[in-house]
Design a protein around this ligand. Structure first.
Ligand code: SF4
Ligand code: SF4
Length: 414
């Protein structure tokens, strides 16, 4: 796609990067077929090709309007279009650049601005979000239905193993996950312990930075990344093998730290190293293939068939290209996976999208739950705190992180 960049961006790195991405797009439109919002609205501007065109206009100097923003805001950043695109167009990166320019040229106002400010002030701060969630859980029965659905019932996390192994890995605790679903990282620590790896959470690390990054505060997101790098660096210097991430939305962001901080002289090299060490928990468990098989061989067998419908988060299958890995671990553990139609489509969670675009998110969830429920599963499994809580809000079937099921299987509790 030929582009004539406007003066304000022509000599900027982001402009050059955007131009390179745009040049690859050949307008074929294959991507529209797998775009969840295009499927809902049938409007070219609510599909990737139309959004690419809108971003191109802005880069060429056209003043963005509320209509431009509406179509960019409706994008889930699911990156299904990237998986489909035969030309390798990095749509997600182009969208980041486009959104940043639109936010600067057309500042948000009113309720939209207030909502975003509130979300980015509350969510990335476990010290604020944790007590707020506890309060919500204490008064859960009294909450209005809409709010009650957003507050999961309190979870018992169980205990973190205390055995010390020569092999050590770091875990990202994240921001909302410890308050909403604390059992996920504890289950991960138990599974890795059985595989001979100690998992360490450092309390100085926190939100990966994705929340602020996607709420028009790219610099705030970089600050989160810098804080995490500072917290993790002493462990990395003393031999920690990997940074394990159990929320695929955070994983895709940590794997991008090298790019996010490439212009920061103090952090660029360390950010690159941290990004290279980041692993989704499925990668870590799958790499211990032999040991896992031995453990499964001596674990008590499942006492009855457990049917699982797996929802692969967009950040896992499109962002990290890890579709199929967790599913294969579940199968090897003896669980029966039910078929799920349109597995490439987003469930509507998409970070803060389910709050900011609640109506669209609700429609996508309805479709997703129908697809997941078709095989009559006992459990729905996924790999991201956002997807799990979003689906659970409207699901009669329990929704769990897949690693909790592996943990239960290894403990003979499944
Ligand atoms: S990221 Fe997802 S919602 Fe956005 S244009 Fe691509 S496929 Fe559509
Ligand atoms: S599939 Fe790729 S090349 Fe074709 S229109 Fe979409 S982004 Fe452009």
């Amino acid at each position: 796609m030929e582009t004539h960049l406007a003066d304000f961006v022509r000599h900027a790195e982001a402009g050059r990067e955007a131009e390179d991405i745009l040049r690859k797009c050949v307008h074929c439109g294959f991507c529209t077929a797998t775009c969840p919002t295009y499927q809902l609205f049938g409007d070219e501007l609510d599909g990737p090709r139309g959004r690419i065109y809108l971003i191109k206009q802005v880069l060429e100097g056209v003043q963005p309007t509320e209509k431009t923003r509406l179509h960019l805001d409706r994008c889930l950043t699911c990156r299904s279009c990237e998986t489909t695109c035969p030309s390798g167009v990095r749509y997600g990166r182009l969208l980041d650049i486009g959104r940043e320019i639109v936010a600067a040229k057309l500042p948000r106002t009113g309720v939209d601005a207030v909502m975003r400010k509130a979300l980015k002030s509350l969510l990335p701060r476990p010290g604020l979000f944790g007590p707020a969630m506890k309060l919500g859980q204490a008064f859960r029965p009294l909450l209005p239905a809409a709010l009650k659905a957003k507050v999961p019932a309190p979870q018992t996390a169980g205990s973190w193993p205390t055995t010390s192994h020569p092999r050590r890995m770091l875990a990202l605790a994240g921001c909302v996950q410890p308050a909403m679903l604390p059992a996920i990282n504890v289950a991960t620590a138990r599974v890795l312990d059985k595989l001979g790896i100690s998992l360490i959470e450092d309390p100085k690390a926190g939100c990966c930075g994705a929340v602020r990054h996607h709420l028009d505060d790219v610099e705030g997101g970089r600050d989160d990344a810098r804080r995490n790098i500072d917290a993790w660096w002493p462990y990395i210097e003393t031999g920690c093998e990997a940074i394990v991430v159990t929320a695929s939305g955070c994983g895709v962001h940590v794997k991008d730290y090298g790019h996010l901080l490439k212009d920061d002289q103090r952090y660029a090299a360390r950010a690159e190293r941290v990004a290279a060490l980041a692993r989704d928990v499925s990668e870590v468990v799958a790499a211990e293939n032999g040991r896992l098989a031995a453990l499964l061989g001596v674990s008590p067998r499942l006492t009855f068939p457990v049917r699982i419908a797996f929802h692969s988060p967009c950040t896992l299958q499109h962002g990290q290209k890890l579709g199929g890995v967790a599913e294969s671990l579940l199968s090897r553990a003896g669980f029966e996976l039910t078929p799920v139609a349109d597995g490439h489509l987003c469930c509507g969670s998409a970070g803060t999208y389910s709050v900011l675009q609640a109506e669209i998110a609700g429609r996508l969830r309805e479709n997703k739950l129908a697809a997941l429920g078709a095989g009559r599963p006992d459990v729905i499994a996924s790999a991201n705190v956002g997807c799990i809580t979003h689906l659970q809000e409207a699901s009669g079937v329990p929704v769990r992180h897949w690693v909790e099921l592996i943990d239960e299987r290894l403990r003979g509790a499944a």
